[in-house]
Design a protein around this ligand. Structure first.
Ligand SMILES: Nc1ncnc2c1ncn2[C@@H]1O[C@H](COP(=O)(O)OP(=O)(O)OP(=O)(O)O)[C@@H](O)[C@H]1O
Length: 248
């Protein structure tokens, strides 16, 4: 197993629409240092989870403060950070690039030094692992929502990134496929950061951050974090709550 990728956020704030009439600060002065292999991120809808995890792949850069991934400042070394990071979006349509399922999975290897035969073998293995072998030549956009999420994960994993960041990757999945993703995540040798409302996926995680109103309000084991999250909900029963889904 490779060493965990260290992630350091120092005084990180983020404003959407900075300078404009709609400017809004949605992350406030976050400082955390993460060196575990499995990091969960939970919190209410709109609490800032997506904004934070997107920063780990330099999709957003902080308006104040710095994020370092493996020592690289995401604001100045975005390309290097992206090279080591695989990002899984909630909406799989946003990352399906190629017409067929097999072509989409192979896309990530287009710049590798592998031969055509080696790429084909890797694609076949990956499709089998995600239950997509029977859809090899299927138009990717015609898969079901859940199959598309599996395809998106397969396409990210085939490139073997050192850090995998996932933003609610199980929203469209049925129980069986959500469990499958849970197992896949459990077996990954890489560092994983997972933002999710599926709290059960985090059961074996090393560390879970709880976001509320753009701040990290709790940080601990999955048990501690989920308890803190439930306390938040109890304290604000009329808030805009996602309904913590369990049973995955
Ligand atoms: N591109 C954007 N422009 C302006 N505001 C945004 C943008 N993206 C997110 N926001 C706002 O930032 C705040 C945090 O959103 P974010 O998506 O990070 O929350 P979240 O915790 O991931 O929510 P959810 O659980 O619903 O996905 C929200 O109030 C949201 O409306």
């Amino acid at each position: 197993m490779s060493e965990a990728v260290r992630i350091e956020a120092e005084g990180v704030s983020h404003v959407y629409g900075q300078g404009g009439p709609q400017a809004r600060e949605v992350l406030h002065d976050i400082t955390v240092s993460l060196e575990q292999r499995r990091i969960g991120v939970i919190g209410h809808n709109g609490s800032g989870k997506s904004t934070f995890v997107r920063m780990l792949d330099a999709l957003h850069v902080p308006t104040q403060g710095t994020i370092r991934v493996d020592g690289l400042d995401t604001a100045t070394r975005a390309r290097d950070v992206r090279r080591m990071t695989g990002f899984l979006f909630t909406d799989p349509d946003s990352q399906i690039i190629m017409p067929t399922v097999a072509e989409d999975v192979a896309f990530g290897l287009r710049k590798s030094s592998l031969s055509k035969a080696e790429i084909a073998a890797r694609v076949d293995d990956t499709l089998a692992r995600f239950g997509l072998a029977g859809h090899r030549d299927h138009p990717a956009h015609l898969l079901s929502g859940g199959q598309k999420q599996l395809l998106a994960l397969a396409s990210v994993l085939i490139t073997s990134p050192r850090l995998i960041v996932m933003d609610e990757p199980t929203t469209l999945l049925d129980l069986r496929n959500a469990r499958q993703i849970g197992r896949v995540i459990g077996d990954l040798p890489q560092t994983v950061v997972l933002a999710t409302h599926h709290l059960d996926l985090l059961r074996d995680f090393d560390r879970v951050l709880v976001f509320d109103g753009g701040r990290v309000v709790a940080d601990g084991t999955p048990g501690e974090a989920v308890a803190a999250y439930q306390e938040l909900m109890d304290a604000d029963p009329d808030g805009d709550l996602p309904g913590a889904r369990t049973g995955v």
